[in-house]
Design a protein around this ligand. Structure first.
Ligand code: 13P
Ligand code: SF4
Length: 301
C-alpha cells in the first residue's frame, strides 16, 4: 500500500465509511475497496451496509442505486465525470412513448439506467440475473431497456416471450471483435473464452461462456482449466490474477471503459476529505425508483 492508499484507509475509519468498488476499477482503487463486485453484488452490499457513508467507486448509475437503496445515508461519488454512456441512451420521454406503443407490456430495465428511467420501470435486472428476471414474468411481451445485446442474449433462453428492444449499447463491449478473439484463440488454443453479455451476439456465439463480471470470477476460480481469454474490461484481470494466482489470463485489445477509469485514488481521497460529491435525489423519485430495484433484489441472482 502506498501513502495515498493508507491515507484513504485512515479517513475511511475516521468517517465510518465503506468503499464499494466495481470489478472494472483501476488496480489501486480495487486495493482500497472494502467490497468488490458486479452491479448486482454491489447493490446487495449497499442495501446491507451499516456504515454512515458509502463511497461508490463505479459509474453514476451504480452510485445512484446505492442512494436509492439507502436514502438516509451519505452516498459519495468521487468523480461525477464517471458516467455510463449506455445509461444515457434511454430517457423517460422515449420510454413513455414505447410503453404507449405496447400497452400492458412490463418494462425490465437494466440497472445501467438513470433513476428517472428506473422510476418508469416494473423491475430492474443486471447481467447476473437478466434471464431469470425475464423468465419470472408471466407476460408474453416485455419491453427491455436499454441494452439490445443483453436483450438478445436473454432472448436465447426465453423463446416464449416477445422482447421489445431499445437501441442502446455499451461502446466498450461493442469494441470487442470476433477477429480479435479468433487471433487470441489461435495463439492460445487451450484457453476458454469468457465474455460479458453486453458483447455482440457474434462474439457471444463464439465464446465458451457469457457471464456478469462476478460470474466470470466465479467460473474461473471453480474451473479446472488454466488459461482464459477475457472478453470484458481489462481491469478485470487484476482481480482474476489475485483470486486465481496459478491461472493465466489474456485480455482483448482496446477493452477499456474510460468512464470507469475516471475514479482515481486522488478523487477517492478528496471525496472523503470534502464529503463530495453527494448523490442527491428527490424523495419522490427515490420512492418510485426503489420499487423495481427492490423487486429485483427479492428475485435474487
Ligand atoms: P456487471 O454487473 O456484470 O459487473 O456489469 C456492469 C457493467 O457496466 C458492464 O459493462
Ligand atoms: Fe457502461 Fe459499458 Fe462502461 Fe459498463 S463498460 S460502465 S456498460 S460504458
Amino acid at each position: 500500500m502506498d501513502t495515498l492508499q493508507n491515507e484513504i484507509l485512515r479517513l475511511k475509519e475516521e468517517k465510518n465509511a465503506v468503499i464499494l468498488g466495481h470489478n472494472y476499477q483501476r488496480k489501486e482503487v480495487q486495493e482500497i475497496s472494502d467490497f468488490l463486485g458486479d452491479s448486482y453484488g454491489l447493490s446487495v452490499q449497499a442495501s446491507k451496509t451499516k456504515a454512515r457513508i458509502i463511497v461508490f467507486c463505479g459509474v453514476d448509475f451504480m452510485a445512484e442505486s446505492a442512494k436509492i437503496l439507502n436514502p438516509e445515508k451519505i452516498v459519495l461519488h468521487p468523480n461525477l465525470k464517471s458516467k455510463c454512456p449506455m445509461a444515457g441512451m434511454v430517457d423517460v420521454k422515449g420510454l413513455r412513448e414505447l410503453k404507449a406503443e405496447h400497452p400492458g407490456a412490463p418494462v425490465v430495465s437494466y440497472v445501467n439506467t438513470s433513476a428517472d428511467v428506473k422510476a418508469e420501470s416494473d423491475i430492474c435486472c443486471t447481467s447476473a440475473n437478466a434471464v431469470k428476471i425475464v423468465q419470472s414474468l408471466e407476460d408474453s411481451k416485455i419491453i427491455f431497456v436499454p441494452d439490445t445485446n443483453l436483450g438478445l442474449y436473454v432472448q436465447r433462453f426465453v423463446k416464449d416471450k416477445e422482447i421489445v428492444f431499445w437501441p442502446g449499447y455499451c461502446p466498450t463491449h461493442m469494441g470487442i471483435k470476433v477477429a480479435d478473439l479468433e487471433t487470441l484463440r489461435e495463439q492460445h488454443p487451450a484457453a476458454e473464452i469468457l465474455v460479458h453479455p453486453e458483447c455482440t451476439p457474434e462474439v457471444i456465439e463464439m465464446a465458451d461462456f457469457a457471464y456478469s463480471t462476478e460470474g466470470i470470477i466465479k467460473h474461473v476460480t471453480s474451473s479446472p482449466k488454466r488459461e482464459f481469454i477475457i472478453g470484458t474490461e481489462s481491469n478485470m484481470l487484476h482481480r482474476l490474477r489475485k483470486e486465481a494466482p496459478g491461472k493465466v489470463f489474456y485480455d482483448v485489445p482496446n477493452a477499456t471503459c474510460p468512464n470507469m477509469r475516471e475514479i482515481t485514488l486522488e478523487n477517492v481521497r478528496d471525496s472523503l476529505v470534502k464529503t463530495q460529491h453527494k448523490i442527491e435525489l428527490p424523495a419522490d423519485l427515490i420512492r418510485k425508483a426503489r420499487v423495481p430495484l427492490e423487486r429485483m433484489l427479492r428475485a435474487g441472482r
